[in-house]
Design a protein around this ligand. Structure first.
Ligand code: ADP
Ligand code: MG
Length: 370
């Protein structure tokens, strides 16, 4: 349990970065902290592991004052992950995963087997442990980044906008993964985000901050049903005022217009380089007029690279897609049942115009709770 007791943070004479705060986080909870930029999210997070010292008040972890723990003891209890700390290119995947246990000076026997157990948890082959990051796809590297955060087995993991810079598809996949690992491994995760969809999808409880104040701390359901004030309603966005199952709302209202695609005349090498650069495991395939033709998956490339020379030869053509003018209510089933983590969206001439992800579906479901 993490307890904030009359905690306050001030920098000089400016308005408090975090105003006087009492708050409890129970064990094994996934907590999201959300608010606009400058609202005090990072400050709140960093006070937990004393990267920032409170001006007043105190924080206890399982009844112990954090001020009674030295730096090493704190780092053993609390992991910290920030955005965009990529893998170290010159180290193997195993060395990357084991970097924190090594920094914490774990013995060889304590380190035994950890990398193997973690890589199995995210369904990647053991032989990847001896590869360098550049020999994994972008999406696979991101998965290693997440398990690296869990390798030292701290009970509490602090994450500051870890997926902030990712494209929607990779982000969707990593959200599902971190939520599953948090539950399986009984972690307490405090996760800063500025994306309400992400918070609604991941959190057991959400802390909403505005100008240094916690304006609401509750379950996603309670927040959606009873927003504490106009600011919370605004964060919930237009969604709040609408029902997606009303007839007027269509796929185009909810889709991401950014869709990673490649022309079918391109080579496999170009596809791999685009996947690496964009950190995705799949690419939609289009022709020169951007008609949707299929998709390619990194797995197929691994298997067929010697036989095939261009994308046309290895792409899968059985892609399901939805029309941008379809009613949202009618695409819920395909979204649940799709082979991809997302559905390509096309216009009446089958031009690719966007994608619909599973987290879009989450906003639909929360909207239905009201
Ligand atoms: P968020 O993470 O929500 O964007 P922060 O916690 O980083 O917000 O910042 C909250 C407020 O505290 C902001 O007004 C910011 O300018 C101020 N602040 C944060 N760190 C410092 C610092 N080291 N010195 C002075 N002011 C700071
Ligand atoms: Mg911040």
């Amino acid at each position: 349990m993490i307890e904030f007791i009359a905690v306050e943070k001030r920098y000089g004479d400016a308005a408090a970065a975090v105003e006087k705060l009492d708050l409890t986080i129970e064990d094994n909870q996934f907590i999201c902290v959300i608010g606009t930029s400058g609202s005090g999210k990072t400050t709140l997070l960093r006070m937990i592991n004393r990267m920032v010292e409170p001006t007043n008040g105190s924080i206890q972890i399982n009844g112990e004052y954090t001020t009674s723990l030295n730096e090493d003891e704190l780092r053993r209890k609390i992991g910290y992950v920030i955005q965009n700390i990529g893998l170290f290119p010159h180290m193997s995947i195993r060395e990357n995963i084991m970097i924190v246990p090594k920094l914490l000076k774990w013995s060889d026997s304590q380190r035994q087997g950890i990398a193997e157990r973690l890589i199995e948890k995210v369904e990647l082959p053991l032989e990847f442990l001896d590869r360098k990051p550049k020999n994994l796809s972008g999406g696979q590297q991101q998965r290693i980044g997440v398990i690296r955060a869990l390798a030292a087995d701290q009970d509490i993991i602090l994450m500051d906008e870890p997926f902030g810079a990712l494209d929607p598809i990779t982000r969707d996949a990593l959200q599902e993964m971190i939520k599953r690992l948090q539950q399986e491994m009984n972690k307490t995760v405090v996760f800063v985000t500025h994306d309400m969809d992400e918070a609604l999808k991941l959190a057991d409880n959400i802390i909403i901050m505005d100008h240094g104040k916690v304006v609401q701390y509750d379950t996603p359901e309670a927040i959606v049903k009873n927003p504490a004030n106009d600011f919370v309603e605004e964060l919930l966005g237009k969604r709040q005022k609408q029902t997606y199952f009303e007839n007027e709302l269509t796929v185009s209202d909810l889709m991401h217009t950014q869709a990673e695609a490649i022309s079918l005349s391109k080579s496999i090498i170009e596809a791999i380089s685009q996947m690496t650069e964009k950190k995705v495991d799949t690419l939609l395939v289009v022709d020169d007029q951007r008609h949707l033709k299929g998709f390619i998956d990194i797995k197929d490339i691994d298997r067929k690279i010697n036989k095939a020379t261009n994308i046309y030869e290895i792409m899968r053509t059985e892609t399901s897609s939805v029309n941008q003018n379809e009613k949202l209510a009618d695409v819920v089933d395909p979204l649940f049942n799709m082979e991809l983590k997302y559905l390509p969206v096309v216009d009446d001439e089958n031009h690719l115009v966007g994608i619909l992800t599973r987290s879009s579906l989450v906003s639909l479901i929360y909207d239905q709770l009201k």
